[in-house]
Design a protein around this ligand. Structure first.
Ligand code: NAP
Length: 256
């Protein structure tokens, strides 16, 4: 019987995939959202191995119509939504003075507006279930840098957006938080290092090896470690935590 359902965007790889696999231990069904159906099918197999049902939804979350479609397909398959984890993100890592209007709009369309639209579309079901939402931000929200300005700007906006949803969630019984990971080794971190390496006079291999030392952390995080934080935030144990922005960064942030 389906008694708890989680919807996870960005579930085809990286942190989203690790979160889906982790939540399969706590939820009876998981809806997996991203563009790559082939990769989502791999996540679905891992989710089923852990004992949960899996629904694959291939959708481009930067498109306006996707949010409603994801909610309708999830409700039609499982009848409820208890947790929504907005993890999809692919903000262009380009210098502030080089980024085009199109690149700014693409970054905003997926990570900020995609998460906003899906949270709004899922809200009635979340309200009914007294559910939980997590929005993925990132440490760049507190360390904005000119070579990746859109990343920091959009991550800061996500923290504020989560706080706005949390404000409404107090009266609607929906809990909303944001998460700010530090450097986690995924495909996206690899592409960041490809950008970072020449700016620091290194090859990509040197950058991969030296980056943790440069930002004064012992090592990269693993997607599974962020997945544990996600699982906690949508668990009964965290029910009174709402409107919080949680860093998990190996100590990258040196501020309090
Ligand atoms: N890795 C880090 O160090 C780090 C640090 C801080 C924050 N974050 C944030 O964590 C999130 C996940 O990052 P990651 O490192 O796991 O990256 P990743 O491995 O590149 O995964 C990104 C996910 O987003 C999905 N996605 C991209 N464009 C999409 C679109 N238009 N519609 C639907 N889904 C889309 C991708 O799937 P498809 O390509 O199949 O669509 C993929 O599942 C991102 O929001 C990122 O900003 C990561």
């Amino acid at each position: 019987m389906i008694h708890s359902v989680a919807v996870i965007t960005g579930a085809s790889q990286g942190i989203g995939q690790a979160t889906a696999v982790r939540l399969a231990r706590d939820f009876s069904a998981v809806a997996l959202v991203a563009r790559s159906r082939a990769n989502l099918e791999k996540t679905a197999a891992l989710v089923r191995d852990s004992g949960a049902q899996a629904l694959v939804i291939d959708a481009d979350m930067s498109e306006v119509s996707s949010a409603q479609a994801v909610v309708e397909q999830t409700l039609s398959a499982f009848g409820r939504i208890d947790a929504l984890l907005n993890i999809a993100g692919a903000v262009p890592q380009i210098d502030l003075f080089e980024m085009s209007e199109e690149q700014w709009n693409a970054g905003l369309a997926l990570k900020l507006h995609g998460a906003r639209r899906l949270t709004i579309a899922a809200w009635p079901a979340l309200k009914q279930a007294k559910g939980s939402v997590v929005l993925m931000s990132g440490n760049s929200a507190i360390f904005p840098k000119a070579p990746y300005a859109a990343v920091g700007t959009i991550n800061a906006a996500i923290v504020a957006l989560a706080k706005s949803f949390a404000d409404r969630g107090i009266e609607d019984g929906v809990q909303v938080n944001s998460v700010l990971p530090g450097p986690v080794m995924t495909g996206r971190r690899e592409s960041y290092l490809e950008h970072w390496a020449p700016l620091h006079g290194m090859t990509v291999a040197e950058a991969r090896a030296n980056f943790p030392k440069e930002v004064k952390i012992a090592r990269y995080g693993a997607p599974e470690e962020i997945a544990e934080l996600m699982a906690f935030l949508v668990s009964p144990a965290a029910k009174w935590m709402t409107g919080s922005a949680l860093r998990m960064d190996g100590g990258e942030a040196k501020c309090v």
